[in-house]
Design a protein around this ligand. Sequence first.
Ligand code: URA
Length: 319
Amino acid sequence: MDNDFSYGFIAFRIKGTKTELLFLRRKEGFLDVPKGHQEKGESQMQAALREMREETGLVPERIIKGFRMNAEYSLGRDKGKRVKHILLYLCRISGEPTVSSEHSGFEWLSEDEMRRSNESFIGNAKAGLMEAFDYIRRNEAIEKLNSEYSRLPDLHKGWSLSRNFVPGTGNLLAGVMLVGQAPGAEEDRSGVPFVGRSGKLLDRLISIAGLVREELYITSVVQFFPPKNRLPSREETALCLPFLRRQIEIIKPRVIVTLGALSSYSLAGVERIALNHGVPVIQDEVTYFPSLHPAAGIRFKKNVALLEKDFKELGKLIG
Ligand code: URA
């Protein structure tokens, strides 16, 4: 079987309370999205952007972080001979498309219209495409919440954490969420969690568990850097924890990996992490998997083996 790869966008617009996805009608009859092959020297995202421009004449107003949809299909003359693999990003657009000669027209479809439709959407990618509606809703909710959370320093006299907000990153449809303690100095500078030395170790642990970072959601109990990497105080934790809980409600992970004592205690009530790491706790249909914080592995080499063992177990748990 031949393999063929293409990159594109699920493009949406919001009109009042209505969200609609853009589809291009193929001359063969099915509904497609703007997508195509990668040209030499292009990244996957650059290929998707060029295809979007060429096939619709539109430029994304905003690319929605964290969303990726993978699908495979084999249709028409390709059936049984060639598998087409697609990777789609998500973007917001406005304006009407001007379709290229490859397509016979376009349609805007709401979630309801899509659900009722009997059309063929890129083979049988309809269910995957419809997840975009859920993602858009979650993205709006997280952005609203994070905008409120980021203003916390202005509301509290004597705020002594950094004023730079380091929100969670990753896939808002993630089944697995990883929660650390608080950002470090490098995260404070970049605004992205787990990019420093602990982050490098965490990346390795994620691959030991057989997971892919882009498919997870990664964050911390306290999302502001405590100067000199000190432990957040009880009051600071109490101020920040409700925001984390609301983020969890939006993302609804099945498994939450709590990294270190603060996260394990705050979310799952697990005490004495040195004894209880690697032992899952189930509460309200969520499996909490307590482990050490990767920083403990940076500080003491012997902890690296413990972390690796936990993440192997995590891989088995997730299957
Ligand atoms: N440790 C954390 O708990 N969070 C980060 O973002 C980085 C290090």
